[in-house]
Write a protein that binds this ligand. Structure first.
Ligand SMILES: NC(=O)c1ccc[n+]([C@@H]2O[C@H](COP(=O)([O-])OP(=O)(O)OC[C@H]3O[C@@H](n4cnc5c(N)ncnc54)[C@H](OP(=O)(O)O)[C@@H]3O)[C@@H](O)[C@H]2O)c1
Length: 348
């Protein structure tokens, strides 16, 4: 049963929220937005990721893959909202349902836009009604998580809200390029070296700063309009990969020189390395978040890509996480081969 009692929807709101995760890229954005709403925030994680969070955030330590211990931690707990940021398999979802069924009013699941088919809809932007026929194991498992939790919600164990982000970036995480999630592209751009881009760089993409993404979770909390709903969480702008590379390069005070090679050519040479290109970025990645903005008007993107990328890459460099582009000879050999094959090089 959904715990009874008044639902406390208000701009500032004294609610108890638990985040499974809590120190990750998106989680930190959610924590800040929830605190701004006046919520009491508890996070649960293993304590491996260090994130500077305000002192009032309560921290619980544990590993969710130790199912029995995880479920015992919450046996006698009650939260208004539980946000599951680390649910990747139906087994995770089943464990979440057991741990929090009847122990929270609302369960928010962080899913992904990778749950959708990669076909392009007639109106181009993928909305929440688009078929969930994912390309990847990751996407298929997330669909399974959604279904397990939807079943628990149908049994009135909690109200379920599903959020499906696309690329969400921010300090503490990587700054992806079209080929790699955590690659050498930005270090090469900073050094004035050309980088690889698939096709003509005209594939569509969206990027959202984690502080903006955090607003959707935080303002969907105890908002009855969001119960039983799923939302794409993307920025309002649709970019081409040329736009994306140009704006992130500008954050470095540089111009990106792009060598355009067909995706198939790149994947033939580096199938394992360019898994992100193979599974995700060779397809259009453009989604409508109109429904999220209609139901949760506070979900407004205010952090520009250049500004957000600047802080993200600065944090990456500060913690020594930026891969060295100058010594990556494999990448350079690929650039040389692409130029030798006659593929064009242009400024983004
Ligand atoms: N960023 C994107 O572009 C994007 C796009 C679509 C969907 N998503 C979804 O966003 C979610 C990730 O959210 P995020 O960015 O906040 O997280 P994140 O950066 O992936 O960090 C993971 C968080 O979970 C904790 N954690 C990991 N394994 C754990 C375990 N076994 N037990 C307990 N805690 C554990 C980590 O801390 P410890 O390591 O210290 O435990 C950390 O707090 C995922 O569900 C992902 O599918 C992200």
């Amino acid at each position: 049963m959904v715990p009874s009692g008044p639902l406390k929807r208000a701009s500032r709101c004294a609610m108890d929220v638990l985040i499974l995760g809590g120190t990750g890229v998106i989680s930190v954005g959610i924590v800040h937005q929830l605190l701004a709403r006046g919520a009491s925030v508890t996070i649960f994680n293993r304590g491996r990721v260090s994130a500077r969070l305000p002192d009032q955030v309560r921290q619980l330590r544990g590993d969710r893959t130790d199912r029995a211990a995880f479920e015992r931690v919450f046996e006698h707990s009650r939260y208004d909202v539980v946000i599951d940021m680390i649910c990747f398999t139906p087994e995770d979802a089943g464990s979440t349902a057991r741990a929090f069924g009847g122990r929270c009013a609302q369960l928010q699941l962080c899913s992904t836009v990778c749950t959708y088919s990669t076909q392009v809809p007639p109106q181009v932007l993928v909305d929440e009604a688009w078929p969930q026929e994912p390309e990847t194991r990751y996407g298929r498992d997330k669909v399974a998580c959604e279904r397990v939790l939807a079943q628990a919600a149908a049994q009135r164990k909690f109200a379920l809200t599903i959020v499906r982000p696309s690329q969400t970036y921010g300090p503490g995480g990587p700054m992806l390029d079209q080929l790699e999630i955590d690659g050498v592209a930005w270090d090469r751009v900073a050094r004035g070296l050309p980088i690889l881009c698939a096709g003509d760089g005209l594939g569509l993409w969206q990027a959202l700063h984690r502080d903006d993404c955090g607003k959707l979770f935080a303002w969907a909390a105890l908002n009855p309009r969001t119960y039983g709903e799923a939302y794409n969480a993307t920025g309002p702008r649709v970019l081409t990969w040329r736009d994306y590379h140009r704006e992130v390069a500008a954050a470095l005070g540089a111009r990106a020189r792009l060598v355009f090679a067909p995706a198939g050519w790149l994947l033939q040479r580096q199938p394992a390395r360019f898994g992100f290109l193979r599974d995700v970025s060779r397809f259009h990645g453009a989604y409508s978040s109109a429904k999220a903005r209609a139901h949760v008007p506070e979900f407004m993107a205010t952090v520009g890509l250049e500004e957000g990328a600047r802080a993200t890459i600065a944090a990456l460099r500060q913690r020594g996480g930026q891969r060295d582009g100058a010594t990556d000879l494999e990448y350079q050999r690929l650039v040389d081969a692409a130029l030798l094959a006659g593929f064009p090089m242009e400024h983004a």
